[in-house]
Design a protein around this ligand. Structure first.
Ligand SMILES: Cc1ncc(COP(=O)(O)O)c(C=O)c1O
Length: 465
């Protein structure tokens, strides 16, 4: 078979007929079930009815489903077809630039209309909401990638869309706002005066840069206080992670076409959906006792290192404390991360499914500083041509570090990473980097310690481990 693969082949492409027909649900392969989300008032596990004001029933069912495979509706696949299957590249020029014996591949999600992996779940979420006759969706966005994705999906299904955009990103990325507005979404800087949650934060700190946690509080309040509106989250939840598995399912097939097998998978991680979508279909084998040596490395910013430095406990998903309590690695829901340019990675918590796999040592995590991340992005762009989104640049840093280690060890391993988005609307970050104005933020240990003092009291906090 190896002889059939052209030794200069750079792109491994799939046909539209190879588009996955089912999403992979990792809950079916976990050794033990995920710890249940708890009601913030009663401390008891929540039921579907508690979530019904926020989500359509079909997504609530997917959230708790134990089925391994869930059918992708035809209408969703028809929209996926606009940009999927996405390409898998062999990074031959990067390998050469690094002088590494490693083979490096990257899956490229930047070809979607929003420029990242985010539409994979936005389209599915808009579809199920429309099916249940919801008229309007509210959401948060950090980098603006998720907001753009949901704005596009809402316009395709005829839904109104309100986006609470983290203030620092709103200021750093004005063109993301214009993109969302072009699709008909209404965008405000968060914290905003449109919600009680936003007003409370503004009263405490009129100059708050905002955070994903605050923007989630605003979007949840918006949905909870209006009959015509439901809430849509771009990461963290099980159904969101599952919708993203189209990425890894395609990548598996593409690696087969390349007659290669991954030794190491690398992905950046904010709330976890990107890393999960890419790695879970490969980890399925590992969880089922096959391919035990496969490593999967999540790369997070050292200024907001929820996996590597967070506490594994029950916490709120948002800053104000409106969401259910979920068991996750958290820096504390009141922690406001430094104003990093990778806005999509500025989240205090992490997807519970990722946290469980990290706790059980199925996956690994590393934290990398901002400047070294942009250096890796520039090195990648010069070799391969694509300018990565600042979030995706974390995966590039992680992959380059793996390749340099392989060089040191003289090992020919296969590294596959997910280039989750392009950085064409993140040029102000590159401008700052090129002018030498980007700074590394020290790990904010004191602020995290302070935030961890405000963790909610959950009786069974330790007993549930
Ligand atoms: C390009 C890009 N990659 C990765 C991420 C991280 O997302 P996740 O929450 O899926 O980990 C984001 C989040 O906004 C993003 O915009």
């Amino acid at each position: 078979m190896a002889a059939k693969v052209d030794k200069n082949r750079t792109k491994f492409l799939l046909d539209e007929k190879d588009l996955p027909t089912r999403w992979y649900n990792i809950q079916a392969d976990l050794k033990t079930p995920l710890a249940p989300p708890l009601h913030p008032g009663t401390g008891q596990p929540i039921g579907p009815q508690d979530l019904a004001p926020l989500f359509p029933m079909e997504l609530i069912k997917q959230e708790v489903s134990q089925e391994r495979w869930i059918e992708i509706p035809d209408e969703v696949r028809d929209i996926y077809r606009l940009w999927r299957p996405t390409p898998l590249y062999r990074a031959r020029r990067l390998e050469k630039a690094l002088g590494t014996p490693a083979r490096i591949y990257y899956k490229y999600e930047g070809v979607s209309p929003a420029g990242s992996h985010k539409p994979n779940t936005a389209v599915a979420q808009a579809y199920y909401n429309r099916k249940e006759k919801v008229a309007r969706l509210s959401t948060e966005t950090g980098a603006g990638q998720w907001g753009s994705a949901l704005a596009i999906a809402c316009s395709m299904f005829g839904l109104q869309c309100k986006v609470y955009m983290v203030k620092v990103s709103y200021q750093q990325k004005p063109y993301r706002r214009v993109l969302m507005e072009s699709y008909g979404a209404k965008v405000v800087a968060s914290p905003s005066a449109d919600t009680q949650a936003g007003k409370k934060i503004l009263q405490e700190d009129p100059n708050s840069p905002g955070s994903l946690g605050i923007a989630i509080s605003e979007a949840v309040e918006d949905a909870a206080t209006r009959d015509d509106t439901k809430y849509s989250l771009g990461s963290v939840l099980n159904h969101v992670l599952m919708h993203q598995t189209v990425v890894g399912l395609e990548a598996r097939k593409q690696l087969e076409k390349a007659d290669d097998e991954a030794d190491v998978l690398v992905g950046c991680i904010g709330g976890g959906s990107n890393f999960a979508g890419f790695s879970f279909p490969f980890l399925m084998d590992k969880l089922q006792g096959k391919n035990k040596r496969l490593r999967a490395v999540a790369v997070e910013p050292s200024a907001c290192p929820s996996l590597t430095k967070g506490k594994y406990v029950y916490d709120f998903g948002d800053t104000v404390g409106l969401t259910p309590l979920v068991k996750m690695h958290t820096l504390g829901h009141t922690f406001i991360p430094p104003s990093l340019h990778a806005g999509g990675l500025r989240y205090h918590g992490m997807a519970p499914a990722i946290c469980k796999l990290y706790d059980e040592k199925v996956i690994e995590a590393v934290a990398v500083p901002q400047v070294a991340t942009f250096q890796a992005a520039i090195q990648f762009a010069k070799a391969e041509g694509i300018l990565p989104a600042p979030e995706a640049a974390h995966a590039v840093r992680g992959a380059i570090d793996e390749a340099l280690r392989a060089k040191q060890e003289g090992r020919k391993k296969t590294i596959v990473f997910n280039l989750s988005g392009h950085g064409f609307l993140d040029l102000s970050a590159y401008e700052a980097h090129l002018a030498g104005k980007l700074q590394d933020y020290e790990y904010p240990a004191e602020k995290v310690a302070e935030a961890l003092r405000h963790l909610p009291q959950v009786k069974a906090q330790e007993a549930r481990r």
